[in-house]
Every structure is written in structure tokens, then in C-alpha cells.
Design a protein around this ligand. Structure first.
Ligand code: PLP
Length: 388
């Protein structure tokens, strides 16, 4: 993803000054900027005025921290081995399962909830899955909804999922690492209605936010939710300093030394504003729609689904033989020749799909057309002389 020049410039200043957010005295400015930026992002997400959070290294750390907060909010008696469950869609990012493993929740902890054909979590299945877990004597610890799955960009039905989580009194985390950027776009933001009902929200502005890595965020609807991370270190955040208004962010993060990644985000928001970032999001969405229309009109290509955000999944339809090895090989052919980098994935059905992740707002429709021509040409070559 191409980072914005203003964000790179701001990050350069951070690199030069090298402050760290683990104590107020090392980063008074960075501390204030992080808190103000979190407020702005929480407002955009529709969270209440009480909301705050922390910057993270990305979507993975946001998910890990959210699950840790959910686990450590439970009464001790519920923490018995193997009893806690996490309910997320089958299309949730793998970092949810990895986080559960890191937290020692056991291999059976993550219960995948079926998605519909559109890749969105089915709230009725979520309801059954929570009910079953309780009936088996287990303790649902967290529901993780995804706002923008990595492949299809599918956004779980947030209001319905929130209603189910509320009914079972279970913590709701929304992984909006990819889709959260749609909040900047007035056209796409309604897709995220209900985000403000979450207890915690993960964002990742190195995706649809064009920030240099790292630019992850974890928002919490109430500062109390951060209590499990509270940390007192005499050499960093003595209580009387804190009481005197020298705020420390030490007790908000799994990390100790931490760059003020909020600074580049704040500078970007000040420079481009929501409208400016929204225009970039809209532009990428338009490119995705253009690619989808072009694919749908091409007999040798098969569009998997209309794009929700900025990813487009498709396949080349070979003249003979199985599509999977041909698609895998044509992609490698493009890579080997240095012609194009086309993504590859499968949706759990084992079928090889090609993937465009359109995150460069300065790409043009002509660039997309040229890319698809290269795919068609590589596919035709595979038809004639299959790679071994
Ligand atoms: C939905 C989702 N969640 C989490 C992540 C992980 O984010 P990161 O790579 O910044 O840790 C990704 C990355 O693609 C993602 O798409």
C-alpha cells in the first residue's frame, strides 16, 4: 500500500525525535496526540464520548489485546482450562485463533460461525453457537465480528450480531482492520452501521488509511475495559505523578517502549481531513467496481462476487483441464516474468482464486485493464503450454 507523503514526513519526524509512550516524561506531546487521535477515531466509529484506546502494531495486536481484555474481565472461576470460547465467523482473520492460542485458551476455544454465501456471519448461527457453548458448561468469552474480511471484504451484520452478544452478555469485539477505513467515506460508512455498539474495535490504518506500518488501533468503549492492562512501574508512572495530571499510557498496551504512531495519523487527519481520506477510499472502491465489471464482461474470467470494499476475487476459466492448477500457474508465470503481482486465495472451498487488492488510489482504470489483459494472456499461454 502506498503511504501518504504527509504521513511519511510525520513518521520521519518521529524517527528523528524517537520518543516513547511508556512514560509521560519521554513523550508528553506524543501522549496528548495519541489520546486526541483516539478520540477522533472513536467518534468516527460511533463509540460514546467515554471511548478511548491505544495504538497497536496492527490488526493482529489489536485482536490479541481485545481478547486479553475480554478474558481478564471474567471472574477467576470462569478461567478454568478449556472452558472459555470465542465465537467468530469462519472467515475471521487467522490472528483471532492465533491470539486465542497465545492466551492459552486451548485448541477448542475458537468456535467458527458459518457465513452465508456473501461471507457474512449468520447471527442465527451465532445464537445457536453461544447457546450450545453454554449448554456444554462452557463460558463464552467474546464474540468477534469482522468488518471487512480479508478476502471478500464482507462486513458481518453488526447490529444483529451486537444484539445476540448483548442477549448473552458476552463481550463484542469488531475486527475492522480492513473495513474500518470505510468510515472515512460518506458513501461507504453506512456499511459499518452498528460498529459503535461494540465493546472494542480494531482498526488498521496502514490499509485503508495509507499510513506507513505500524498504524494499528484498538478502541474501547469505556476506559475501564483497559483495567486488565494496568501497570505501575516506579521508574515510569508513579501514582502521584499520574494523580497530578502527568498521564501515562503504560497501562494501555502490551508493549512498554512504544513509538507515537498516532502522530502520523493525526497529521494525516489534519491535512486531508475525513473528506480527503474518504475520497481516496471512494477512488479505490471505484477501481474495484471497474475491475469487477471488466471481469464480469470477459468470457474467460469468472467474478466470484461483487466487491464490497476494494478487493476483487476472480478466476481464469481455462479452455481445458482443471481451473485450479491453471490459475495457480498463471499467477506464478506473471510473477516469474516480473509482469504483475496478482494475489491468490481460496474461500475454504479449495478453489484457487485470483485476488486484486486495490489500495492505490492513484492507479487508473487503464492500469486495471492492462493488468487483466496480462492475466488473460498468461492464462492463454497456460492453455497452450502448461507450466510443469
Ligand atoms: C480482517 C483482518 N484482521 C487482522 C489483520 C491483521 O493485520 P496486521 O497484518 O496489521 O497485523 C488483517 C490483515 O490483513 C485483516 O485483514
Amino acid at each position: 500500500m502506498p503511504p501518504l507523503a504527509v504521513a511519511v514526513a510525520a513518521d520521519l519526524a518521529v524517527a528523528a525525535l524517537n520518543p516513547s509512550l511508556d512514560s509521560w516524561d519521554q513523550a508528553p506531546g506524543g501522549t496528548s496526540v495519541e489520546l486526541a487521535t483516539l478520540r477522533a477515531l472513536a467518534g468516527l466509529a460511533g463509540l460514546p464520548d467515554t471511548a478511548t484506546g491505544t495504538f497497536t502494531s496492527g490488526g493482529t495486536e489489536s485482536n490479541l489485546t481485545a481478547l486479553l481484555l475480554a478474558r481478564d474481565a471474567l471472574p477467576r472461576a470462569d478461567l478454568a482450562d478449556g472452558r472459555l470460547t470465542v465465537h467468530c465467523s469462519a472467515a475471521a482473520h487467522f490472528s483471532v485463533a492465533r491470539s486465542a492460542a497465545v492466551l492459552g485458551l486451548g485448541p477448542q476455544a475458537v468456535i467458527p460461525v458459518d457465513t452465508g454465501p456473501d461471507g457474512r456471519m449468520d447471527p442465527r448461527v451465532l445464537d445457536w453457537s453461544l447457546n450450545d457453548a453454554r449448554a456444554e458448561g462452557r463460558t463464552p468469552m467474546c464474540v468477534v465480528a469482522t468488518a471487512g474480511t480479508t478476502d471478500l471484504g464482507a462486513i458481518d451484520p453488526l447490529p444483529a450480531v451486537a444484539a445476540v452478544a448483548r442477549r448473552y452478555r458476552v463481550r463484542l469485539h469488531v475486527d475492522a482492520a480492513y473495513g474500518g477505513g470505510a468510515l472515512f467515506s460518506r458513501r461507504l460508512a453506512p456499511l459499518l452501521d452498528g460498529l459503535g455498539l461494540a465493546d472494542t474495535v480494531g482498526l488498521d490504518l496502514h490499509k485503508l488509511g495509507w499510513q506507513p506500518v505500524a498504524a494499528g488501533v484498538l478502541l474501547v468503549r469505556d476506559p475501564q475495559l483497559l483495567a486488565p492492562l494496568e501497570q505501575r512501574a516506579a521508574y515510569l508512572n508513579p501514582a502521584d505523578d499520574q494523580d497530578a495530571g502527568y498521564t501515562s499510557l503504560l497501562g494501555r498496551s502490551l508493549r512498554t517502549t512504544r513509538r507515537p504512531d498516532a502522530f502520523k495519523v493525526a497529521v494525516t487527519l489534519r491535512t486531508l481531513g475525513r473528506e480527503g481520506l474518504g475520497a481516496l477510499v471512494d477512488r479505490c472502491h471505484e477501481l474495484a467496481r471497474h475491475a469487477a465489471a471488466r471481469i464480469a464482461a470477459e468470457p474467460r474470467l469468472e467474478l466470484t462476487a461483487e466487491p464490497v470494499l476494494t478487493t476483487v476475487l476472480f478466476r481464469y476459466l481455462p479452455r481445458r483441464g482443471r481451473a485450479d492448477p491453471v490459475n495457480a500457474a498463471l499467477r506464478r508465470r506473471l510473477l516469474a516474468r516480473g509482469q504483475a503481482v496478482v494475489g491468490r486465495t481460496d474461500l475454504g472451498d479449495g478453489q484457487v482464486r485470483l485476488k486484486l487488492t486495490l489500495l492505490n488510489p492513484y492507479s487508473t482504470e487503464a492500469d486495471v485493464d492492462r493488468l487483466l489483459e496480462l492475466v488473460l494472456a498468461a492464462g492463454a499461454q497456460e492453455d497452450q503450454e502448461p507450466s510443469s
